[in-house]
Design a protein around this ligand. Sequence first.
Ligand code: FAD
Ligand code: SF4
Length: 518
Amino acid sequence: IRNLVIVLGDQLNHDSAALDDFDNQRDRVWMAENQEEATHVWCHKFRLVGFFAPMRHFRDELSEKGRQVLYHALPTDGRKARTSNFASLLTTTLNEHDVQKMIVVHPGDHRVLESLKTVADEQSVALEIRDDRHFYCTIDQFRDWADGRNSLVLETFYRHMRKQHDVLMDGGDPVSGVWNHDKENRGTFGKSGPGDVPHTHHFRPDDVTQDVIDMVNQRFDDHPGKVDASSFDLPVTRSEALTLLREFIKHRLCRFGDYQDAMWSDQKYLYHSRLSHAINLHLLSPREVVDKAIAAFDSGDAPINSVEGFVRQILGWREFVRGIYWTHMPDYQNRNALQCDDDQDVPSFFWDGKTDMACVADAMRLLIEAGYAHHIQRLMVLGLFAQLYGTHPAKFHQWHMAMYNDAVDWVSLPNALGMSQWGDGGLMATKPYCASGKYIKRMGNHCKGCRYNPDEATGDDACPFTTLYWDFLDRHQQQFKNNTRMTMQLKNLQRKDASQMNAIRDRAQMIRRDELDL
Ligand code: FAD
Ligand code: SF4
């Protein structure tokens, strides 16, 4: 074999740089489903199908194009896989074939990158790592941008990207006169609710996907969640992903901006795109997604607060978190700025959703059913609870990797450990996203049907978010005293009298020790 082209599970684009000079006669593609990857974190069954089914479809598409693929599939019948981890599977292939060189596009996981380098060294086979052109910004370009800056601020990076890629620009100025329509992204559904939200496409599993569903249910039957032909509805090919993109642009982008931060019970996607899984697997490119949104603005089908808000997520946040990951790994994964206890894990109801807290139970129901929660549920419900509860940031990230369809290390780690848990001490966010139950009350309807009261911090009816919020500020006030963005919150804390604070601390302690049946 001249070149062994390694295609990882989140690199399913036919225009990948790894395939640039592929010779159908002399080269082979190598892909592997491996047991270790699936059990390294205790993955949700839905997520496993969401990764393995697109891989098998991509394998078949490559074969149709005349590419020869060495594909290691996990057997359905539950027999032990030939070898179980990435490194040993690759080593076996290198021992069985005379391979001159391995080619791979830069992986999205530091651990996988190191593992590849180690195998290449041990087997004395050359390894070429190519830039991933899926992203707007290469890792080196981000390093150059970050070099010499005291702090890395999303807004500065976002403006730089807008100018560099001429996105929503009118010459040197933003097309609408302002860079950021964030203030127009905070609408709520008021008392009447969201009404009829256009539903999203349900992709029916074909035979290939059904085989994966069967395999996952056999091999990983003790993993969280469940998956079957009627529930699995993710796109597994580029053509299905394009259908999802078209549908979002046509029916939901127009209100995405207004309701980006809103919540409503029993509403899975609201006006969110649900595209992260397809984009992260490279079934869609961020450029085409951004271009389609801008075309909707140009044709008058979507307003600027929606289109700019959406572009900010993809061209801004998505590229920014990748830059943070690769400029700060491997140390980043060990950061724990709030000094949480090493063994403080997520609460048990983060696995089964069994809690009376209406907002948490609702987010968990959707997560268990479909491996999805929208951004505000991730950040301001589940993430917020984990942070106030004192969960160790690495444990929160592990839980996130286990549960969400779109979780890949480069994007989950900065979001989960950094943005949500403030584990990186302010690289991703200038202040922690901490709030009481009143925020959740304002943004949706969950508190109405909840046994807890968001306005109370003590007593049997006290909302656990509210109790833990004051306790969080109390525990970390020294750390935040010089952070001007925390001044108001800390001032409010000073207004609590000693007996109130003692009652809050006691109740918070009981929550953290799992002594209350929440
Ligand atoms: P939309 O709300 O429709 O947003 C559009 C797109 O913007 C998304 O599809 C995504 O590609 C991109 N995007 C938006 N915000 C971010 C962000 N902060 N970082 C990167 N991309 C962003 N996103 C992931 O793709 N994978 C993860 O593992 C992940 N983990 C997260 C963990 C936490 C605790 C939080 C708070 C956020 C996380 N995010 C993650 C970001 C964001 O919540 C999801 O991208 C989004 O909810 C996916 O749903 P959607 O496609 O409907 O997004
Ligand atoms: Fe969530 Fe508290 Fe509101 Fe209940 S009262 S829904 S726990 S914020």
